[in-house]
Write a protein that binds this ligand. Structure first.
Ligand code: CU
Length: 167
């Protein structure tokens, strides 16, 4: 009888040991999962945007979306072959409340400044490019909202415009 009790006690302690081990293992696994989750939600500080303009007076994007607080690295590529004087393209983002048509007509008169009439209505802009050229600009995303972008080369904004969205 005593022997039996001893065996039972041993069995019991072995069982306790095993279940303790299991509990530890589980804890470890939970910790692992939490770590993985943290890694899976990276906060990208930079938004890389590439937009193209062509000889048919078109951008290849009508909408660009970035996140508030991001640094935007934007590249405009003129993928056409025509010279700047005939088919120049730039990329201009306007401040909120700026009238697109009015800005475009002011820009038309600013040929000596590559059709940038002044910086006060502009959040960011590239250089004016001819076929085969490209320009990259870096700027801080403005506050959340929708902004107009356009090419300010005379007559282009009717086709070359879109929305720059900060969410
Ligand atoms: Cu253009």
């Amino acid at each position: 009888m005593r022997k039996l009790n001893l065996v039972l006690a041993l069995l019991l302690s072995a069982f306790v040991l095993v279940s303790c081990k299991d509990a530890k293992k589980e804890k470890k696994e939970v910790a692992k999962e939490t770590k993985v989750e943290k890694k899976a939600a990276p906060v990208s500080k930079e938004a890389v945007v590439v937009i193209e303009g062509n000889d048919a007076m078109q951008y290849n994007k009508k909408k660009i979306v970035v996140k508030a607080g991001q640094t935007v690295k934007l590249t405009l590529k003129h993928v056409g072959k025509m010279p700047k004087a005939a088919m120049g393209h730039n990329f201009v983002i306007l401040k909120k409340g700026t009238d697109l048509a009015k800005f475009a007509s002011e820009a038309m008169k600013a040929k000596d400044k590559d059709y940038i009439p002044g910086e006060d209505k502009i959040i960011a802009h590239t250089k004016l490019l001819g076929g085969g050229e490209q320009d990259t600009i870096t700027f801080k995303a403005p506050e959340k909202g929708e902004y107009d972008f356009l090419c300010s080369f005379p007559g282009h904004y009717a086709m070359m415009k879109g929305k720059f969205v900060v969410e």
